[in-house]
Design a protein. Structure first.
Length: 281
């Protein structure tokens, strides 16, 4: 799949998706942002991972570029915590929705639409570039183009935080592909699988921690990959009624006792932190 085809597939899908969101209903939910923030962290693993390590406390006064802003929920949270947020999404419907939402909530969120490589933003103007579940939507070629652009946009001491799926067990993923899942046919049905893959929002690519460590070292002086959601991965085969009784705080404490190499293999998602872009990257 060519990079422009991949972006076009995502643009078409998310334009249709975000055009259907009820703005007033969504805005009413966010009248108490602190409450919704805590609920979101409790219910959405990627949201909990994104704000791990007291990340919210680092946002005040920072100029932040969010890639793949989607429905704007995370942009609203960051603005609420004092960041000056510029949101970017491939979908024009997403940008339009976030613009109306921020006006409705009295927040100052700048919005941009289109590929990050095409939008006009001043160089070295952002303290942070962040994204939640966005990089795995990019072809390898597009990912490189995005990283080149991110380095241009960050200040010399700028940082990056991404939260992405942790695909560190390739044998298990291949085994799962044998069985059809929803609209995805079995990989054994080569013709149907190839047709499905050509339209998939998630192109074939490496989403392992090793990949993100490697690409991070090409562009940044500091690279830190933190495995997250180990408990969710290990307990996924148990009934929800049982797992909900285990306090999440205890689960996270137990996770920290697992040796790092094993934790990477077991993680459901990963928190990717880059810092200090390398000059000349």
């Amino acid at each position: 799949m060519e990079p422009n085809t991949n972006l076009a597939n995502n643009r078409q899908y998310y334009d249709q998706h975000y055009a259907k969101i009820d703005l007033e209903r969504f805005a009413r939910r966010l009248q108490d942002p602190d409450r919704i923030f805590e609920l979101s962290k409790a219910r959405i693993l990627t949201m909990e991972a994104f704000y791990a390590g007291h990340f919210a406390e680092r946002l005040a006064g920072k100029k932040v570029l969010e890639i793949g802003s989607g429905n704007g929920l995370n942009a609203v949270f960051m603005a609420h915590f004092g960041a000056r947020v510029c949101s970017n999404d491939i979908s024009a419907e997403s940008a339009a929705f976030i613009s109306r939402l921020s006006e409705r909530l009295g927040l100052d969120i700048e919005t941009t639409a289109g590929s990050l490589t095409d939008i006009d933003l001043p160089g070295q103007s952002f303290d942070m570039v962040v994204g939640k579940s966005i990089i795995h939507h990019l072809n390898p070629e597009t990912e490189i183009a995005y990283m080149d652009r991110i380095v241009q946009l960050l200040k010399p001491n700028g940082t990056v935080r991404f939260v992405e799926p942790a695909h560190n067990r390739p044998w298990l993923r291949k085994a799962r592909m044998i069985f059809p899942d929803g609209r995805r046919p079995s990989i054994l049905d080569r013709k149907q699988f190839a047709q499905w893959q050509s339209q998939d929002k998630h192109p074939p690519r490496d989403n392992s921690s090793t990949h993100f460590q490697k690409i991070g070292r090409q562009y940044f002086q500091t690279v830190n990959i933190r495995p997250f959601g180990i408990a969710e991965q290990l307990l996924s085969f148990l009934p929800g009624s049982l797992t909900r009784k285990i306090p999440k705080k205890q689960l996270r404490t137990a996770e920290r006792l697992i040796p790092y190499p094993i934790a990477l293999k077991l993680a459901k998602v990963q928190v990717i932190d880059f810092a200090q872009p390398q000059t000349g990257s």
